[in-house]
Design a protein around this ligand. Structure first.
Ligand SMILES: [Zn+2]
Length: 181
């Protein structure tokens, strides 16, 4: 596959120069670290949707800046921290990254620049970046908007407890009869 159109081996320079864009969908199993964040329990994760756009920002008297816009989202089963049952959380991210020539430039800019700085590459794994950004966007406290009705629990239901503890008179009688014969 041509590197300009392979999101796992992206030629960032050519991608930005051409103002190219790519989008697609991945099964969650393709992003193992993100996959590990979901909880089991009946809810099905959605596909991971992603979109990349390259662009050059011209600078007077200097080389053009290389930028990559990233959007991604996935519906991920997580554990609701209120009712502790699974909740399908939509995790989404929209970010822009500026690419610079080398690590030293990136380190120098990291403190002062407001945007995220990455080192330019002609073999860049943009899907790993998608995965990183989605993991960073996971909610710290996933919650249902409205929690599902709690199931009646025996321990919390005084009537249930009484019924369970109270011996059934017919059962006792039956046992008595059996023991006697
Ligand atoms: Zn809940």
């Amino acid at each position: 596959m041509e590197k300009k159109s392979d999101p796992s081996h992206l030629d960032v320079v050519a991608f930005a120069r051409d103002g190219a864009s790519l989008e697609g969908q991945l099964p969650l199993t393709a992003l193992q670290r993100l996959h590990d964040e979901q909880v089991a329990g009946g809810l099905q994760a959605g596909l991971v949707g992603w979109r990349l756009e390259g662009r050059l920002v011209p600078l007077s008297g200097d080389a053009d800046q290389i930028w990559l816009n990233l959007q991604a989202s996935v519906a991920l089963p997580m554990q609701c921290q209120r009712c502790l049952t699974p909740v399908l959380v939509t995790v989404a991210t929209v970010r822009s990254f500026r690419f610079v020539a080398d690590e030293a430039t990136a380190a120098a800019l990291d403190d002062e620049a407001e945007e995220d700085i990455l080192v330019v590459s002609r073999d860049f794994d943009a899907l790993a970046l998608v995965e990183d950004e989605l993991i960073l966007s996971l909610p710290l406290v996933p919650l249902h908007e409205v929690c599902p009705q709690a199931l009646p629990m025996s321990a919390a239901d005084p009537e249930f407890e009484t019924a369970a503890v109270k011996p059934n008179p017919f059962g006792v009688l039956a046992g008595f009869k059996t023991g006697k014969s």
